[in-house]
Design a protein around this ligand. Structure first.
Ligand code: NDP
Length: 329
């Protein structure tokens, strides 16, 4: 495993990490989750990602039970949660979601309880909240840090200007700004990491724990000939994702990329994950594997990483046509 510094912090994250979003939502018992987490940990994965909203709190409970059972040394892994969406679904009341001090503090306490730990290493604002002053968010996250309940705080899918505003308030108040962002990053979605955040990487330094490196599985090629039974796109409740992802224009590019992976002698998922972590501004790619065989495959991305040369990247850009265009003034 390769370990990378999370932006300018001293925290080291494994370049490949493990997330529980849809993965845990599909399990009715803890056994598969336990096997997947143990497999990841044994391969050197040290970061496990979660959120209050995943399976309405059940994902944190499952991970908490598995962590307790596996009984790893708490200092050997990094654990996260995220707040914003709440976990009470459609029944949620005004202060049971969002980024107010009330919800962030309460959601943190609930996450600690569900995960059965004393502190979170990373705590994210899962989305920006236009109804809460960013200054309030900065102050609250710093209170949680001072209370020892979280070690670092971050954002997820915030715009570059929102992140900069948080840093500005933090600087004015002598507090800590967000040290990590969690954006989507894959061969279909590149602009935030490659263009929008460029000034932040340069001027402030920020780690990134990127999500959906395989675009929810599309970039494995598994949807090229239809929707396999049991796959994420076949699940009830994920029709919105299927309609957005499984479209001919994207599938044609995935097929062409698959041919290129064959030419290189590597699998398509490993090529796509290796491409993500070949970006030096990516600290870690969070894997969403639901089976041990998928995880075994995806972890091989580290072996493929040295093959991602400038020429290979150029060829990938040509096939995908998704390299963001930057208009210089
Ligand atoms: P991926 O893009 O890697 O998609 C994972 C899906 O792809 C799996 O469910 C699996 O699907 C399929 N898959 C993975 N590997 C293979 C393989 N080798 N062969 C075939 N199919 C494969 O990641 P996720 O979208 O799951 O995101 C990863 C993590 O990122 C999440 O768990 C979560 O922690 C985080 N996240 C954060 C978000 C945020 O807003 N901050 C949003 C979304 C995710 P199948 O079900 O078909 O088996």
């Amino acid at each position: 495993m390769e370990y990378r510094r999370m932006g300018k912090t001293g925290l080291q994250l494994s370049a490949l990490s493990f997330g529980s979003w849809v993965t845990f939502a599909r399990q009715t018992d803890d056994n598969t989750n336990e096997r997947l987490m143990a497999q990841a940990y044994e391969a050197g994965v040290n970061f496990f990602d979660n959120a209050e909203v995943y399976s309405a709190g059940l994902s944190e409970e499952m991970m908490g039970r598995v962590l307790r059972k596996l009984n790893w040394d708490r200092s050997s892994y990094v654990l996260s949660s995220k707040a914003f969406f709440g976990w009470k679904g459609l029944d949620k009341k005004p202060n049971q979601h969002g980024l107010s001090r009330k919800h962030l503090m309460e959601a943190c306490h609930e996450a600690l309880e569900r995960l059965q730990v004393e502190y979170l290493d990373l705590y994210y604002c899962h989305r920006p909240d236009p109804n809460v002053p960013i200054e309030e968010v900065v102050r609250t996250m710093n209170t949680l840090i001072q209370q020892g309940k979280i070690f670092y705080w971050g954002t997820s899918e915030w715009s570059a200007s929102e992140i900069m505003e948080a840093h500005m308030h933090a600087k004015e108040m002598g507090l800590e700004g967000p040290s990590v962002e969690q954006p989507e990053y894959n061969l279909f979605n590149r602009r935030k990491i490659e263009v929008d955040y460029a000034p932040i990487f340069k001027n402030i330094g920020m780690g990134t724990t990127i999500w959906s490196p395989l675009a929810s599985g599309l970039l494995t090629g598994k949807y090229n000939d239809g929707i396999p039974e049991g796959s994420r796109m076949s699940l009830e409740g994920y029709e919105w994702l299927r309609d957005k992802a499984v479209v001919n224009d994207k599938l044609n590019r995935v097929k062409a990329l698959g041919d290129f992976a064959n030419e290189l002698g590597v699998s398509l998922p490993t090529l796509c994950i290796a491409w993500c972590i070949s970006n030096p501004n990516v600290t870690t790619a969070i894997l969403g594997a639901t089976k041990e065989s998928q995880l075994t495959e995806n972890l091989k991305a580290l072996e493929v990483l040295p093959l991602i040369t400038a020429e290979v990247k150029e060829k990938i850009d040509e096939i995908m046509g998704t390299k963001p265009v930057v208009i210089q003034n």
